[in-house]
Design a protein around this ligand. Structure first.
Ligand SMILES: Nc1ncnc2c1ncn2[C@@H]1O[C@H](COP(=O)(O)OP(=O)(O)OP(=O)(O)O)[C@@H](O)[C@H]1O
Length: 379
């Protein structure tokens, strides 16, 4: 089986929310779709599957127009689209065995019973469930049910497979197993697939390209590695685990609040964004000078290039240690837990940060509305 090319512009208008996104995938390509909660990822997949009607736009798979609106109205019903949506919950038929769940999908597509039976057996084997075909969903774990759902979806050789956060409801270890299976089967079947996910690991391990959707609009798209290396918005920077600090260059100096970097050859005034890794930032604890109800930062401090004083806003646990968030400008610093304990830092306390200018990449920001938004959350 090889998937078909997908080309779509999807506009869905709802009270208080408009999705207006264009996307394309070449045949056999796996595209990751990321965005904060409420960005419209599920709405986009639901429209591609034919479950949500377009207000405007067109959805084309190969040469077939599945949807067109509003002038030339076309709407191919979901079962006829050969676009299959696999959601977070496996949604198996509870009264049918695993084998029958897979075979049923084939039978409704007109596959003869004997062929459907053989194919269901083969797919049970391919997803690692050989010998479990007679079990009903209730007698299978969440990960096993998701494997059956994947087998049921792929067995019908869809033109496009849509996966809406397929690993979210699984524990970390099971999600890792199902992710490996997904990778193996998407590669083996050369399926064209769109995978909506909150997890950068899914994008990196399953997809070749990445579309970032924010507030119903595509804010960045391209090869996964390129998008994560050059995040155009705060959301994408958070997903990539990078600092992204908007600033301005003027008279050869880049500035963002108290942070300044000499840019000798960069004279013309313009917006410019500094991108750097949290691991490259050095942090020192500082004495607080005054306690007057609210903590004040030292008033005058001579700071060198790439050095600034700020305060800690939050501490977060990460698999590798502790992520320290600071304000003005908003920067994250990754430290080991024992280093944080040794420094005695806590939210509200002043700290001195330092970054070697050689560890910063500067980019001219795209016209992105979120540079003024103070929240950084991967959703
Ligand atoms: N059936 C619906 N009727 C009306 N509004 C809806 C409906 N489903 C979703 N919405 C709204 O549409 C917007 C997009 O929701 P959607 O579920 O597509 O986002 P999402 O990116 O998938 O979010 P999440 O990551 O939380 O699943 C949100 O503002 C949501 O409240």
């Amino acid at each position: 089986m090889t998937g078909e090319a997908l080309c779509a512009r999807v506009v869905v208008q709802r009270a208080g929310f408009t999705l207006d996104a264009s996307l394309s995938a070449v045949a056999g390509e796996v595209v990751a779709l990321m965005g904060p909660s409420g960005a419209g990822k599920s709405t986009l997949l639901s429209a591609l599957a034919g479950l949500t009607r377009l207000s405007e736009g067109e959805i084309k798979v190969g040469d077939r127009v599945l949807d067109a609106a509003p002038h030339r109205r076309t709407h191919v019903a979901p079962p006829e689209r050969r676009v299959v949506l696999l959601s977070q919950e496996p949604r198996l038929f509870p009264h049918l065995s695993a084998h029958m769940n897979i075979a049923f999908g084939l039978r409704v597509r007109g596959v003869p019973a004997a062929t459907a039976d053989t194919s269901a057996d083969e797919w049970l084997w391919r997803v690692g469930l050989a010998g479990m075909g007679e079990r009903r969903p209730a007698a299978l774990s969440g990960g096993q049910q998701q494997r059956v759902a994947l087998a049921r979806a792929l067995a019908t050789s869809p033109s496009v497979l849509l996966l809406d956060e397929p690993l979210t409801s699984l524990d970390t270890e099971t999600a890792g197993d199902v992710r490996a299976l997904l990778h193996e089967q998407l590669t083996a079947t050369r399926a064209t697939a769109i995978v909506a996910t909150h997890d950068a690991v899914d994008a990196v391990s399953l997809a070749t390209s990445l579309i970032v959707l924010e507030a119903g609009r595509v804010t960045q798209q391209g090869r996964v590695r390129e998008v994560l290396a050059e995040p155009a918005t705060r959301f994408t920077a958070a997903v990539a685990g990078l600092n992204r600090v908007p600033g301005t260059v003027s008279d050869g100096v880049w500035k963002s609040g108290p942070l300044r970097i000499e840019r000798g050859n960069d004279q013309s005034p313009r917006a410019s964004t500094a991108i750097f890794s949290p691991a490259k930032v050095q942090l020192e604890a500082m004495e607080a000078t005054t306690w007057t109800g609210a903590l004040r930062l030292p008033d005058r401090v001579e700071a060198d290039d790439g050095e600034w004083i700020t305060r800690v806003t939050r501490l977060e646990q990460t698999p590798a240690g502790v992520r320290v968030r600071t304000a003005e400008p908003e920067v994250i610093v990754d430290l080991s837990a024992d280093r944080v304990a040794g420094l005695g830092i806590a939210p509200g306390l002043p700290v001195r940060l330092r970054i070697d200018p050689a560890d910063i990449r500067f980019s001219t920001p795209l016209d992105s509305p979120d540079d003024t938004d103070s929240t950084v959350s991967p959703g």
